[in-house]
Design a protein around this ligand. Sequence first.
Ligand SMILES: Nc1ncnc2c1ncn2[C@@H]1O[C@H](COP(=O)(O)OP(=O)(O)O)[C@@H](O)[C@H]1O
Ligand code: SF4
Ligand SMILES: [Mg+2]
Length: 427
Amino acid sequence: MKTSIKQSFEQKNEPETTRPKKQEIPLLTVEGLTKMFPVTGGFLARMTGAGKEYVHAVDGISFEIHPGEIFCLVGESGCGKTTTARILAGLETPTSGRFKWKGEEVTHAELKPKIGDIKSQIVFQNPYSSLNPRMKLGDAVLHPLIIHNRVENETTRKILDKMKTAEISLAITYFLAILFAVLVYLPVANGSISLGGLGAISKSWIYIIIAIALILFGTINYVRLGQKKNRHADPKVLQMFEEIGLHPPEQYYHKFPHEISGGERQRVAIARAISLEPKLLIADEPTSMLDVSLRAGILDLFSTLRENHDLAILFITHDLATARHFGDRVGVMYVGKLVELGDVNTVFDSPLHPYTSALIDAIPIPVPGVREYDLPEGDVADAVHPPSGCRFHPRCKYAQDICSKEEPILTEIKKNHWVACHFPLSK
Ligand SMILES: Nc1ncnc2c1ncn2[C@@H]1O[C@H](COP(=O)(O)OP(=O)(O)O)[C@@H](O)[C@H]1O
Ligand code: SF4
Ligand SMILES: [Mg+2]
């Protein structure tokens, strides 16, 4: 009997058809995740709310991610992959949807990285904008550890404490300096003080000298501590640089983002994301902005980290070849909907959805004349006015009457293989 994914979430204890691939509680269960972005109209429309329209960025998708698995989310640009990632990383609020963490219902907000309970972290697509250009690489990786109070090394902690005190005393000394500078213009600065045989000095000069001395004292103290901090490298961060393949780590620690390549930047972003030892890493097209020559290295790094840290990875990509090579399971999205879900090998060897099949057929093969392109005709549907029934029907060569009238439900029609199509393909 066919089982819809919604039913499977409700029938928790039912064996076989509704259980995930591995016989264990999923790390993350997403049910009916929806995000509608309001389309900003003109002033009148905004005031009256008339004709309010929404971008159906993510529209009721449900999936699970298991401990230690790589779940790939694929689909053409604009289908809602990044929005899904951002919601799961706590950067966007869903319009509706439920979340379970290790089987227990949590609110969306609880998925956000919190002090002491780091569930997930995100690696962004663009390594050129995800690192602060004014922050040294070591500090960038150390930063989340400081925020979450997870710095273990005693020396690092002492230096950080001293820096904090130095910042406060710098602010106080500057404040006092301003105060003395202001005194120069007040009546208290009138007159002078005798220096015995050396003559006399006017009070205003004394105030100026005190103000300058305070500024010098505060600044020198702060700079001296800053230099000490710059000579120190936190051992945990060094160890992480080793792990992500930045050798020698001491050199990278004190470099700025502009001094390293895009691939190295992405490695630093990954190190920063795993520094708090999350259970789930969300990677939104982490290789798409890198040179082809660097991509394999980053994918290998993800694999190694998954093994070493028992990390689950939500890997978002528009590149099906990468998903096939890298993922354990794959979900295919089309205009905010999940249209196919299953083990990577099953989905790629025998896709059930015409859209998945077309995407697979369009994977380039580097042999001239071998590929017969079978890309679906037409553009990706408008996410503000998605087509009725099956959203893929205007492009689908198998579409029939029902397809434009009735929305197909994501259904498990083979074990662990789900599809949302009225006429699933057979091999
Ligand atoms: N902040 C936003 N406001 C309005 N529309 C948005 C916003 N973010 C994304 N969208 C729209 O939501 C849809 C899905 O976008 P996105 O999740 O970035 O897709 P993908 O990552 O698959 O390319 C697109 O139509 C996009 O234009
Ligand atoms: S439901 Fe109909 S239009 Fe949609 S993919 Fe299946 S056959 Fe094509
Ligand atoms: Mg995206």
